[in-house]
Design a binder for this molecule. Structure first.
Ligand code: NI
Length: 164
């Protein structure tokens, strides 16, 4: 496994639509392994392939406290959603920036695993938010475009104080 470079704000690759995965081969498995390692190393809760420079519909998410509930999504499609949550959101491609984004509070998603087998999963709260955020990346949509407001430096300081 290897840690890959994370593409940062300003790189046009973040605005591009990704193509579906068609081959479930070793190259895909290496990409998935590297994406997980890169996400954990950066202490993120999700990472999409365009963030490591690959325009394919691949994302990894782990919102668990213990960092041991990795979900790999290939060609994901949100098939149902409901409710609403409004809260702070960040992105590994926008280090140090946070914005207020409204998302569904519940989503149901259909995707393929690394072997090309279909699965359906659902998430609420932070997991629902992460699924929306990462599937948006695959369509060239970044959270900053959806944010009703970006947090100021002072607001970010307040937020990190509360977390401690
Ligand atoms: Ni992101």
């Amino acid at each position: 496994m290897a840690i890959r470079n994370i593409v940062k704000e300003g790189d046009d690759i973040l605005n591009k639509k990704c193509r579906p995965v068609e081959k479930f081969d070793q190259k895909l498995h290496t990409l998935l392994n590297d994406m997980a390692e890169t996400m954990y190393n950066a202490e993120g809760v999700g990472l999409a392939a365009p963030q490591v420079g690959i325009l394919r519909r691949v994302a990894v998410i782990d919102v668990s406290e213990n960092r041991n509930e990795l979900i790999e999504f290939i060609n994901p499609q949100i098939i149902a959603f409901s409710g609403e949550q409004t809260g702070n959101e960040g992105c590994l491609s926008f280090p140090g920036q946070y914005g207020i984004v409204t998302r569904p509070d519940y989503v149901k998603v259909k995707a393929l695993n690394r072997f090309g087998e279909e699965f359906v999963t659902e998430g609420r709260g932070l997991l629902a938010r992460a699924i929306c955020h990462e599937t948006d990346h695959l369509n060239g949509m970044v959270f900053k475009k959806l944010a009703q407001k970006m947090l100021s430096k002072r607001e970010i300081e307040e937020m990190t104080k509360k977390r401690r």
